[in-house]
Design a protein around this ligand. Structure first.
Ligand code: SAH
Length: 387
């Protein structure tokens, strides 16, 4: 493998944010696969103390540095005036490397939905979306560059897996959103991130260790982490049953969402190919166990695809499968990927689907289509950005 070439980084001002962001110009793509540089968000606070001590600094500097990153959302040495100048430069360089550079920023809904396309240190592209609602701010994050699950209706799935993201690369997406909000750069005044959903690129449970550590960093209180409530974090999965079982044993109170998309194995085998390994009944059994252990209702995600999975009989079958459960169905009007032969269901079919689920006593919501103009739903920005 060729030695890694350092990226050329130039400060630019993003038109949409009017704040300086770093645009990294890379001379072609470097091979992926190496571990990203170590960052304090990869480590629990105890290990940050060890790392700080190894740099010849007193251990308490780990908390100071962590407060800056997790509490004030900065990784810039010049914004850390409580640290001696010489120490802050060395510490920031060693423990707060810039892992993600904003390649492109898109906004819609009067600026309250903002999508960022990030370039990683090794040239991979990932995205995150911030959505501000009157009562909450949700950050949708990526857990992998690309995805290996190959769901045919999902743009990310069609591109394949590049690599897992590190814990700090996942957390960094949320910290960046928190910084935008805290500094009043999202319309509605200064605010905080209230919810995080692992619904960006990637299959979070296929990157288990990094995602679990990211959940801890996001939800542990400052200075250990960012202090977001576990109940406000949602992990969305294609249904990797052993990993759901492992998550159940962690004793967390995060919300579990399973991407079902079909109530019958015959169709689900094609829409969610991993169904050939873990079928509908096993996925639902694992989700039920999660709910039994946590007391939290699980969600079923179901992208409504015209004439593919939106028939009345499938609504009835789904309703009967879930009737006895503490579950909730989130219907997602299909966001067609470029060149796809599939489209969203007709409104009448969607309404009938909702009605039949409700007739079985199953709570249903239809996801709003926020960010659709900026391909906010499913990895299309990264897919269309090209190399
Ligand atoms: N790998 C995780 C996260 C994927 S993104 C998972 O499968 O759950 C979050 C949700 O968006 C998933 O339910 C996914 O199936 C759905 N999705 C992907 N592409 C979509 C599209 N084109 N239209 C509507 N929903 C889509």
């Amino acid at each position: 493998m060729s030695p890694r070439r350092p990226p050329v980084t130039v400060p630019v001002v993003s038109a949409s944010t009017r704040v300086p962001v770093e645009l990294t110009l890379t001379a072609g793509r470097r091979p992926a696969g190496r571990r990203p540089p170590r960052h304090l968000a990869d480590l629990p606070l105890t290990e940050r103390r060890v790392a700080v001590t190894a740099l010849g600094e007193p251990a308490f500097r780990a908390s100071q540095l962590s407060r800056h990153y997790f509490g004030r959302y900065t990784d810039r040495a010049d914004e850390m005036s409580d640290l001696p100048r010489a120490s802050r430069d060395a510490l920031a360089q060693a423990l707060l490397p810039r892992l993600l550079t904003a390649e492109r920023e898109l906004g819609c809904d009067d600026g309250t939905t903002r999508k960022t396309l990030w370039r990683t240190y090794d040239g991979a592209l990932v995205e995150s979306v911030l959505m501000r609602y009157p009562d909450r701010v949700t950050m949708c994050v990526s857990s992998q560059a690309g995805c290996g699950m190959a769901c045919p209706f999902c743009a990310t799935g069609q591109a394949g897996l590049t690599r897992n993201l590190s814990t700090a690369e996942i957390v960094g997406q949320v910290v960046a959103g928190a910084r935008l909000l805290a500094t009043g750069q999202v319309p509605g005044g200064p605010g905080r991130i209230s919810n995080v959903v692992f619904m960006g690129m990637g299959e979070p449970l296929a990157n288990y260790a990094s995602v679990l550590a990211a959940i801890r960093r996001l939800t542990d209180p400052v200075p250990e982490g960012m202090g977001i409530s576990q109940r406000s974090v949602t992990v969305s999965t294609v249904g990797l049953v052993p990993a759901i079982t492992r998550l159940t044993a962690e004793g967390l109170s995060v919300r579990l969402a399973v991407s079902l998309h079909a109530p019958d194995d015959e169709l689900r085998d094609t829409l969610v190919p991993v169904n050939r390994r873990w079928q509908v009944a096993e996925v639902l059994a694992a989700a039920r166990d999660y709910t039994a252990a946590t007391g939290r209702r699980f969600s079923v995600e179901y992208a409504l695809i015209k004439d593919i999975n939106d028939q009345a009989w499938r609504a009835d079958l789904l309703g009967s499968l879930l009737a006895a459960d503490l579950a909730h169905v989130n219907l997602i009007p299909l966001n067609p990927t470029p060149g796809s032969k599939w489209t969203a269901s007709r409104p009448a079919a969607q309404r009938e689907f909702v009605r039949r689920l409700e007739a079985h006593g199953v709570p249903v919501t239809v996801r709003d289509t926020r960010g659709r103009e900026i391909d906010g739903a499913c990895g299309q920005l990264a897919a269309s950005a090209g190399p």
